[in-house]
Design a protein around this ligand. Sequence first.
Ligand code: NAD
Length: 518
Amino acid sequence: MKALSALIAGQDVVSQDNLFQSLNPANNNDVVGTYASADKPLCRDACVAAREAFPAWSATPAPVRASVLQNFAHLIERNKAALAQLVTREMGKPIREALGDVQEAIDTCHFFVSEGRRLYGQTVPSEMPLKELFTYRRPVGVFACITAGNFPVAVPSWYFVPALLCGNTCVWKPSEDTPETSLAFYKLLMAAGIPKGVFNVVFGSGQITGAALVSLVDEGLIDKVGFTGSTEVGRQIGEICGRNLQSPCLELGGKNPLVVAEDANLEAALSGALWAAFGTAGQRCTSLGNLILHESVKSTFIKRLLEKVSELKIGDPRSQEIFYGPMISQKFLNTHIQNIETLVEKHHILLTPKNGRISSANDWGTFSGDAQNGCYAFPTIVDNVQKNDRIYKTETFGPLINVMTYSTLDEAILFANDTGYGLSSAIYTTNIETAYRFKTEIKAGMTSINNSTTGAEAHLPFGGNGKSGNGSRQSGVWVIDQFTRWQAVNWDVSGKLQLAQMETGYISPTDLILPTQK
Ligand code: NAD
């Protein structure tokens, strides 16, 4: 059997080696697609195609490039329902969230389309006469990008919409968990008018295709890498790019804190915590990790949280009623179960009655779905977590949260800051001073006041610090710095060599102005 392995210069490339299947996580009997992992020669072909397409695409006027992205937005809007249904079928997020995932791509296009008419440089005064200085944004070149499967439409759009707008050409290695959604993304982009070779895809696993693609940085075929995924893989990619003097865009994991202060609006905090903890079955980089409760509200808050958790509707993600659906795949479910087995220690208290896998023999009151064939997990809440515990500092990427208790704001901020990660964070408080201190002292790249840890918008910078990334930011005007390099131009029309600093006609002051006093 042969399966699609790559899309290079507008051509389908098939292979019979290293086949893999994408399964519907709500029903593993439903095969969404079969693909073949692209090997290194194929990844090389994709990079070469992107290099060949670069001169023409980078010379295309930015407003014209932007018009293609406007078409892309239009096509996604027209196909929004179908694309969201595919996201739900392939990665398991509830349809309401899948529609949001797709909407984020539309919003991103809308933001960057008008950026095609800006991409401003500056005119800068020179210190010499008859000389002018300018700055220009120039595209970086071939952009290779590897993405995770939890936001299979929004995250690629965060990369490729600005990268293409700025005149770069691309090679994408999407997640092996969502190849069919990635193929749909590609088809819409091609139908929007992207020329052949400007956008290429290599399908496959991280070990085969991802590693092969990144190794081509050493061959000089890639000018910029974007990576969204785990901190562990991000570190390896950072090393390869570093030795080639390249600065990649690394968007990595999180262990995000949510603090509930003594004066918080508890109902709002409960909704925010529930959504941050269990939305997308906890599989967002911005999902809640450590719930940090003031000692005076802890017992009331936990009681109400457990009531709400017991009412959570888990099951078939096609239903509008579902709070969360399956894990992205069996692999993520296995890791979640393993996390419970290995990270929960003797002094911890499991507040949730059932933990691990939901099955037909061991199910959840309000469950509606195929528990036997789906990758479903119970919500898990671990209390009495301390700062030295492994679970406090480990990203668990599933429906599992820790509870910590604090008495002073200093302590809450320390708990929020000390995991090594620094992606998102949140505080619920009605005290302005507390909110002010939190937003000033938190080390995370993103913070919410009286809102959940999750929820990005296309025009705000997205990204983290510490183990959550290397300081790169996506979205909004800030990401343009990832996909362009500043060029400084000085233009001398004096007809002679003018030496800055040495021949600049600076005017010296007359310094002895005031008479000395007797
Ligand atoms: P992962 O690192 O295992 O995989 C992510 C991507 O990298 C996949 O496409 C995978 O095939 C590829 N990959 C794996 N090993 C590779 C290697 N050795 N070389 C090159 N590529 C390789 O991550 P995951 O478990 O699929 O996704 C979850 C992680 O992604 C979590 O840590 C989550 O926080 C993170 N994430 C971060 C953001 C963000 O914007 N910060 C967004 C979404 C997900």
